[in-house]
Design a protein around this ligand. Structure first.
Ligand code: NAD
Length: 375
């Protein structure tokens, strides 16, 4: 059983899919591990850290691998190097990427989209959305603090008092909760909003103030899976009016609102941006899905009347060493379930609900029900 750790070809992707810790764990299960040269370097893991725990480092690592682990979906140029029948694990970004799914099917690989992992108790250790969103939420506050020209905590000094920074977090999922906690740790006065009623208590338990229009629609705004529903136009208008007043008084806004399979909801209009004091900062974590803030640009900091809108993609990648460590552990926990521990061989149970939920392609076809080619 040969497992290969791919080097990411996207220059903007610093994460890696393995750590010395997971290499050791895979080896204990009988696997041989080969790492592409330099795969971990941007996460602070030189090749020597992998060889020290028994991996080999080779430019041919992927060629005869039974399992290939990656961060991002393989591109056509990478697929040419993969053995037909190899199992490939990555964050596959499958929605709206039909051609890429077909390319993986044509390459004959069995591909698994880690972000489709069901959010059930058994799979918590495999939940890449949570492990990465948590770090992205943390990093968003650090970026906001860096771009904001004032201190976060209230400081009473002989030379005068520095007021506490007001931070508003919009969208309180995994990333938003960590953003609240991080901003609180830095001493900010924090408020937050979400359309899911369950978040009110979570926000308050972190010592932040909750802000939302709490009408009948709000009370029913959560799906059985715990995700947000797309809200009615009427609700969005009421929420916008409430938040518009609040936003005027904020210094730093972190937006994280997402709805699965839909573009990100627009929460902050240009008018709201312009209502903020010069020097204020918005950090939009939803930028890769179209953004929550009007005017946000992917990969850029836009300045409007002195207000900065930060649109960095892949914020988890800006804490790459931590993000890689957690991602590697998520991958190990999933792949471990596909290894026969006695025989030390691969034994995938294609009927397992975690496998069914994540497997995109196999034996030359797209097998996931959500991504079947349209007739
Ligand atoms: P997400 O990234 O899909 O969305 C971020 C947040 O944006 C969500 O809280 C959502 O309600 C909010 N949002 C959407 N539209 C909004 C709007 N118009 N205004 C304000 N906020 C809006 O969310 P996530 O971080 O993936 O978490 C989603 C849910 O999954 C949560 O209930 C979370 O607790 C749950 N979860 C469960 C598990 C598990 O059971 N293993 C693991 C992680 C998360």
């Amino acid at each position: 059983m040969k497992i290969a750790v791919a080097k990411e070809i996207d220059p903007l992707e610093p994460r890696v899919a393995a750590s010395p810790d997971t290499v050791k764990k895979f080896k204990a299960l009988g696997a041989e591990i080969a790492v592409e040269p330099g795969a971990g370097i941007k996460s602070g893991l030189p090749d020597s850290e992998f060889t020290a725990v028994g991996a080999t480092v080779s430019a041919d690592a992927l060629k005869d691998a039974d399992i290939i682990i990656k961060v991002k979906r393989p591109e056509a140029s990478e697929l040419a190097n993969y053995r037909r029948g190899a199992l490939v694990f990555a964050i596959m970004d499958p929605y709206g990427n039909d051609a890429a799914l077909k390319a993986m099917a044509d390459a004959g690989i069995a591909s698994f989209a880690m972000e489709l992992m069901p959010r059930i108790t058994r799979a918590q250790v495999m939940d890449v959305l949570s492990s990465q969103a948590n770090l992205a939420g943390y990093r968003a506050v650090i970026e906001g603090a860096e771009a904001f020209g004032r201190a976060f905590p209230m400081m009473m000094t002989a030379a005068g008092t520095v007021p506490a920074t007001k931070v508003f977090v919009m969208g309180v999922g995994v990333a938003g909760l960590q953003a609240i906690a991080t901003a609180r740790r830095l001493g900010a006065m924090v408020s937050a909003t979400d359309v899911r009623p369950a978040t009110k208590e979570q926000v308050e338990s972190l010592g932040a103030k909750f802000l939302a229009v709490e009408d009948e629609e709000f009370k029913n705004a959560q799906t059985a899976g715990g995700y947000a529903k797309e809200m009615s136009k009427e609700y969005q208008a009421k929420q916008a009016a409430l938040t518009a007043e609040h936003i005027k008084k904020q210094d730093v806004i972190i937006t994280t609102a997402l709805i699965p399979g839909r573009p990100a909801p627009r929460l902050v209009t240009m008018e709201m941006v312009k209502s903020m004091r010069p020097g204020s900062v918005l950090v939009d974590l939803a930028v890769e899905r179209g953004g929550n803030v009007e005017g946000v640009k992917l990969g850029e900091t836009v300045e409007i009347d002195g207000v900065k809108i930060i649109g960095y993609p892949n914020l988890a990648g800006r804490v790459a060493a931590s993000a890689s460590g957690l991602y590697a552990r998520n991958l190990f926990s999933f792949i471990e379930t596909m290894i026969d521990k006695k025989e030390k061989t691969l034994a995938v149970n294609w009927d397992d609900e975690l496998v069914k939920a994540t497997a995109l392609t196999k034996d030359g076809a797209i097998i996931h029900p959500n991504f079947q080619p349209k007739a």
